[in-house]
Design a protein around this ligand. Sequence first.
Ligand code: PEP
Length: 253
Amino acid sequence: MRKKIIAGNWKMNMTYEEGQILTSEIVQMAQDEQLKDVSLVLNPPFPHLHVVKKLIGGAPNVFVGAQNCSDKESGAYTGEVSAAILASFGVSYVIIGHSERREYFKENNEMLTEKVKQALAAGLQPIFCCGESLDIREAGTHEPNVKFQLTDSLFELSAEEISKVTIAYEPIWAIGTGKTASAEQAQEMHAAIRKHLASKYGKEVADSISILYGGSMKPSNAAELLAKPDVDGGLIGGASLKSRDFIDIAKSY
Ligand code: PEP
């Protein structure tokens, strides 16, 4: 059975106090509303990680993740945070290759491979993002484009390593725009991603990998998206900043 994951990407939002309130509300609601079958992953900015982890405490299905990690192991890289440092703070997940990092910080496929390897070596579970721009979607080449992102960054991993990776399909034209891919568009791409993983690693491995959808997911559209057989959860930006919305998305399963 694949893991169901609802991950919140806070991006560069939330002060110290706001982050504590949001985390406490989510942990409380997850407990009160008996959200058992879904793993919730909170991905705050780096300075929040320690306190978010503490506030999560022993909640069985709430985890902390980072939004990025270095492609280097350790050393003189001012401003960077290694996967091993994250792991030492009790971080479980790390988002790698978000389209905002690819675009604004020029992260390329080769660098992302290194980040994934660093994350795995430190025992973190990478949430690897892929997705096409609007031009590519309109040109009809979205499938080969996304497959290439996966091949180029991930296909040198072993079957054991890739089994620890979660994929997030995030069409760039749907991120933060209010435009969501239709449930059919999401399912079509998720199935294509799974088939592509199977072509390299076999069906059993491909069937075990969770593929999340990201792009303006909110309580009003989550149920339809999450009902699709190859959609195993969501990576949520804007709606993850409101505890009620985040929990309602998780309850849409
Ligand atoms: C994201 O940034 O990963 C994302 C999906 O954002 P939003 O939900 O705001 O579109």
